[in-house]
Design a protein around this ligand. Sequence first.
Ligand SMILES: [Zn+2]
Length: 247
Amino acid sequence: MPPPPPPPPNKPVPPHNLQQPLPPPNRPKPSWPIPKFDLRVEDLSHPGASIFFSNINPFESLKAAVIASFEWLYTPESVPTHVELITLILRPMDGVAHTHGSHTSKEIHFSLDHIKNSENRAKDEIDGVLTHEIVHCFQYNAKGTAPGGLIEGIADYVRLRVGFRPPHWKPTGGDKWDAGYQTTAYFLDWIEGRYGEGTIRELNQAMKEREWDVGMFKESTGRKVGKLWNMYCAYLKGEDKPDENSA
Ligand SMILES: [Zn+2]
């Protein structure tokens, strides 16, 4: 079945009521540079391992997560090609998952205990966690100087955009725009809806070769991040005012 058409230009998609994944922004579909994948399971007798394999085709899920990262954070011209190998390691461990590695080779460690504990919604949770971790394999971080909350927020922003939103996620506002994870993800989602498709892609791109500068938000939106956060919190409270200065 062909995918639905993208929304018309300059008509923001309401960001917080998405029941369906958004259509990816780049059309027609380019042939993205997919790295090689490897998979290691450190305890095949763990119940999380059988839950994983009965819900997931590892190659298809990893490839889809890479494509999601590329579609929401890059263009065919800007897509990074330096990652040659991504190894997924399923093993018993505390926590959910983490990613590390070299410039060309990444390792995603994913907890079999977490998979077991998410059994009732295993496929969405596994695909959601893989999407988050795969974003970390490619995203820019202002030469290591970007706020950790922004890095985690961008990873969950892509997860949110492709529709793997856990049931407990909701936009909350709060004191800090860079609290991270879904708090920052919903903020970025609102920015993308309000300032246009590609705004968060620009923010990621700005962090490619420069050290972190909070003015990067203003470069992409015309607004300082503090002002954006106040507008977003007002929007969540239903006090959103027309933004007279925005194009
Ligand atoms: Zn993360």
